[in-house]
Ligand binder design. Sequence first.
Ligand code: NDP
Length: 287
Amino acid sequence: TFEKLTLLGLGAMGTALARAWLAAGHPLTVWNRTPSRAEPLAAAGATVAETAAEAVAASDLVVVCLLDDASVGAAMADADLTDKDLVNLTTSTPAQARVRAEWAEKRGARFLDGGIMAVPPMIGAPESGGYVFYSGSRALFDAHRSALAIPAGTSYVGEDPGFAALHDVALLSAMTGMFAGVSHAFALIRKEDIAPANFAPLLVNWLTAMAPYAYGTADHLESGDYTKGVVSNLAMMTEGNTTLLRTADEQGVSAELLTPFTTLMERRLADGHGDEGTTGVIDLLIR
Ligand code: NDP
């Protein structure tokens, strides 16, 4: 027998989560602000509640996947959370997650926050590698681990309810830098007779080869020695940046995505750290 659960929120992500639990055989109660979005799930076997409070009352395990933190507060305003296990998969900031945890605990619930590292098509598809960061109540996580593992992999990152959001946002922030780099690279070749389709695999291979750079950075931060194992030092790389910026200029491409990072590298070099890699930039960022 599979544990019954309740899901609030049937947007793109909520619907994917609901389908995964239903496909696995979990009895599922759903609620959505716009009721029509629940119809296909009712046809797939879900019980549709008329109000969020009624949906919460139906199960001990309540999963929420709404637009943002404010919508969680709005949707659950009059729900009785006494003795509920509340799992919030709504994207939030670490501070919002911590406040939401206190809010839930004051109302008698155990709280687990989640950050989803997947897009809807990766939900219920284990081979996709999608997973969810969880943080907050370890007891809740352990009690419902098998149900939580149905839609995507699970990664518990600590009792601090803000840690799931922090891990989630840190990875997304790194991805944003990668998107910026990829955009700049395509801009450089855009006006030339170079097929984007031929260029893309070169980019993917290069970024994949460079990704373990993060291990070197971690080693610097752990040891405090920012010169350890450096094969491309800051003095050389800063000189190399001149070529990157000149090439952008030659190709008629704005360097605005490159300059924020190159400026920080120059500042660190000017502070006398030419024999380091780029780890020292992290110190310049922290206010
Ligand atoms: P959608 O925009 O598809 O759905 C938003 C959901 O929130 C709908 O159910 C909507 O209800 C509901 N909602 C919005 N405002 C309120 C409110 N004030 N009160 C009650 N319900 C409200 O978003 P997704 O399903 O894609 O995303 C849901 C969460 O999952 C977000 O936090 C998102 O960041 C996260 N996520 C999404 C990913 C994705 O790729 N889609 C990836 C990783 C995380 P209604 O139908 O009535 O409008």
